[in-house]
Design a binder for this molecule. Structure first.
Ligand code: SIN
Length: 324
């Protein structure tokens, strides 16, 4: 009998499973084409790390994933981790909305077993494809004893991140991701985790959810009309995240519409349109009824707000924003 760790690899699509008509032009390709067994077969050295099982959950570009997919993924990961025959789970995913799925999983999966997500910036048949090395690093990380109790870890390009605060900052570079202002969680050399596990634990049971309330992110540019806000509310948004200039500055023209929305019970969060850095509390929050997102990127603040609305628990949001 094998003494290797037993790992389930759940594939969801993305560029890591993408194929380009021409390997020399990796910018034009179809995502989510290579199936889960083929992804594993492309990296024979994985067999020395773990006893692997492959499963195809979705075969999608991650820009086509949404709350129903996050819920299904979290339910599948929880079920796998409850199986005494499995020691860890690895999820392959697209990079474009990896930050949303990783954060949702972090809030919906409570386990000491390693959960590692990975992705790739180049399709599977590109010259110098990064997917095979990223998958190898993810499985290696999932077998490392130090990965236990870290919640959801994400690895790409030799760097390890915690799910909370993760953000994609570059459209094309292999090291496209960053963590919050405290930086990455570790390096795949080793692998080594040099930050402590995040304090935030699972807060929701995904099996109790079917969909999530509509929350929209509004990008506020110089001179943007607050009619955007009215339009989002008319379209049915139950909460808003504003990606504001700088460190979350509210333009004068937006103050009245924001105050009216919050007075009507619509939660409005102040985030930044800058790719990195935190948005701290400001006297405007008391004046306008807004909430600062702290270290979360707008994409993850939206997920937090969706969950708080779904659970009808404003306290849940404060708990998420307070987490270090
Ligand atoms: C996707 O997010 O599914 C496509 C882009 C990528 O994986 O890099």
């Amino acid at each position: 009998m094998s003494a290797l760790p037993r790992i389930l690899v759940i594939a969801t699509g993305g560029t890591i499973a993408g194929l380009a008509p021409s390997p020399a032009e990796p910018g034009v390709y179809a995502a989510g084409v290579v199936d889960a067994p083929a992804l594993l077969a492309a990296v024979p050295a994985l067999g020395e790390l773990a006893e692997l099982r492959a499963e195809q959950l979705f075969a999608l570009d991650s820009s086509d994933l949404g709350p129903a997919h996050w819920i299904a993924l979290a339910c599948r990961v929880r079920l796998a981790l409850s199986d005494p025959e499995l020691d860890a789970v690895v999820v392959t995913h697209g990079t474009d909305t990896l930050e949303e799925s990783a954060y949702f999983l972090q809030l919906a999966v409570d386990t000491v077993k390693p959960v590692v997500m990975t992705a790739a910036m180049r399709p599977a048949n590109a010259l110098s494809a990064d997917g095979p090395a990223n998958l190898y690093d993810a499985v290696s990380l999932a077998t490392a004893p130090g990965s236990a109790s870290h919640g959801v870890l994400v690895t790409l390009g030799g760097t390890i991140f915690h799910a909370v605060g993760l953000r994609k900052l570059h459209t094309g570079r292999l090291d496209a991701f960053a963590g919050d202002r405290r930086g990455p969680a570790g390096s795949t050399n080793g692998p080594e985790l040099f930050r402590p596990p995040p304090a935030q634990r699972a807060l929701v049971d995904p099996a109790a959810l079917t969909e999530l309330p509509m929350v929209e992110i509004l990008h506020v540019a110089a001179g943007s009309s607050p009619a955007l806000l009215e339009a989002a509310l008319q379209a049915g948004a139950r909460g808003l995240v504003l990606a504001l200039p700088g460190n979350g500055t509210v333009p004068q023209a937006w103050r009245g519409p924001i105050a009216r929305a919050t007075a009507a019970g619509i939660p409005v969060m102040r985030a930044s349109r800058c790719g990195s850095g935190a948005v701290g509390r400001h006297p405007d929050d008391a004046a306008l009824g807004t909430l600062a997102v702290g270290d979360l990127p707008a994409s993850q603040a939206r997920v937090a707000l969706m969950l708080a609305l779904a659970r009808q628990q404003p306290a849940l949001l404060r708990q998420l924003l307070a987490a270090p």
